[in-house]
Write a protein that binds this ligand. Structure first.
Ligand code: CAA
Length: 394
């Protein structure tokens, strides 16, 4: 008999600074309703120069890992499209900062916003073969389009860490994936650039088309219909995107089920409205948001997951919540992280945006605080990227 494998624990992190998008709209000469209703974003994470994907990923993982988990780990998979080195993987930096054993595999994965899902599937397959072992999957990204660009309103940053194990306490991942890849010039970032190039309207169209195709293929393959999917977590480049995708098929469900799916879609969008796009982490932040913000979910509910990465690649699969799942979603911890953030003005955000330490040839020090309890990027020294581990481990 095949053992049930899935997400045992899930953790989250985002920087401690936040920008109000009504203020940004006014500064840019746009209607605030375009941002908050038309696009569906209220706030976005602002990334100080002591945060990067490694620090956010480590802080997310730190919140869920126990010493026993560390001993059971065989692999750390780090998915990101905003990596800090063209050669060394973010997973190796994270391994050291998380104090993980030496005898593990560490690897970084890239395919735009999709790579976290590939990592999750690799983890699921590995644990299915080795049910007494665990895999840590970290998805972390910084969405950076540039000041006063059309994509600016959809920026954001964050990380999700998932511990994959046999007999998971949160959700079992079903072996029902459908996927597709198709070379498309909708969004990319050449190796010499720190900001993405994007054809935003094309990317929206490709996302919608891939969801419609994969949903049809999923139904053909599994025999399930929309009434049998109890909620969705979508990749959320901006929250309206999920509505555009689901609207294509929502009338396949009964009226009452349509209402339930809409209610749960709003729950899945709540964190994204406050954080912005987190690329690889986004679809799993959406899952976390659904778990935290909809009290009607029950054990046994089957949730559809739609993962999209520009370029382009997409995967649709489902997972089922297990008894006791309510105790595993870190609702209080996530709300505390979001509520404690410091609001910055538009000029402060613009200054912070331009203060990133992107030049490895100059020895430099970030604005990291020696007293912080978070992992932080400390600065460059002789071309090496230095990190500070939390104070109690110094
Ligand atoms: N009140 C209410 N709504 C308003 C409004 C107002 N005053 N003014 C405009 N709107 C509505 C528009 O009608 C439009 O709604 P619909 O999309 O439903 O038609 C919406 O606000 C956006 O308006 P525009 O299309 O004119 O906005 P834009 O041209 O500035 O671009 C964007 C919006 C394409 C999302 C842009 O922000 C962008 O390029 N973002 C980055 C790319 C992206 O997020 N792509 C998504 C798919 S790609 C992906 O998923 C991978 C990834 O993470 C990048």
């Amino acid at each position: 008999m095949t053992v049930a494998v899935g997400i045992d624990k899930i953790g989250f992190d985002t920087p401690g600074l936040v920008l109000d998008l009504v203020s940004l709209a006014k500064q840019r000469g746009d209607e605030p309703d375009k941002y908050t209703i038309g696009i569906g974003q209220d706030q976005q994470a602002v990334v100080p120069n002591y945060e990067d994907v490694v620090t956010m990923g480590v802080n997310a993982a730190q919140s869920i890992l126990t010493d026993a988990d560390r001993q059971d780990l065989d692999m750390l998979i780090f998915a990101t499209e905003s990596g800090v080195d063209n050669s060394k993987s973010a997973a190796v930096f994270a391994q050291q900062l998380l104090d993980l054993p030496v005898n593990i595999r560490t690897i970084e994965l890239k395919q735009a916003c999709y790579a976290g899902t590939y990592g999750l599937m690799q983890a699921r397959d590995y644990v299915t073969l080795h049910p007494d072992r665990k895999v840590l999957v970290i998805a972390a990204d910084i969405a950076r389009y540039g000041l006063a660009t059309p994509g600016e309103v959809t920026q954001g940053a964050g990380a999700v860490a998932m511990l994959v194990a046999a007999n998971p306490r949160l959700a079992v991942i079903h072996d029902d994936s459908v996927f597709m890849s198709q070379d498309t010039p909708d969004f990319w970032r050449p190796i010499d650039r720190s900001q993405a190039l994007v054809d935003g309207h094309l990317s929206t169209d490709v996302y919608k088309a891939m969801f419609a195709k994969l949903w049809q293929r999923y139904q053909d393959q599994t025999g399930l219909d929309l009434n049998q999917i109890d909620g969705w977590a979508f990749h959320l480049p901006y929250t309206k995107m999920a509505k555009k995708a689901l609207d294509q098929v929502i009338d396949q469900a009964d009226d009452r089920h349509q209402d339930l799916l809409k209610q749960r879609l709003a729950a899945s969008q709540a964190y994204s409205r406050r954080v912005g796009n987190t690329y690889t982490a986004s679809v799993y932040m959406s899952l976390l948001s659904l778990l935290a913000n909809d009290d009607s979910l029950q054990a046994g509910d089957r949730l559809g997951i739609f993962s999209y990465g520009s370029g382009a690649e997409a995967e649709l699969f489902s997972l089922s919540l297990v008894p006791g799942f309510e105790d595993q979603g870190p609702k209080t911890a996530v709300n505390r992280i979001l509520d404690r953030r410091q609001l910055v003005s538009v000029p402060e955000y613009e200054r912070i945006f331009s203060s990133q330490l992107l030049d490895s040839t100059v020895n430099s020090r970030s604005a990291a605080s020696p007293r912080s309890l978070r992992a932080q990027f400390w600065g460059w020294q002789d071309g090496q990227r230095l990190y500070q581990v939390p104070k109690d481990e110094l």
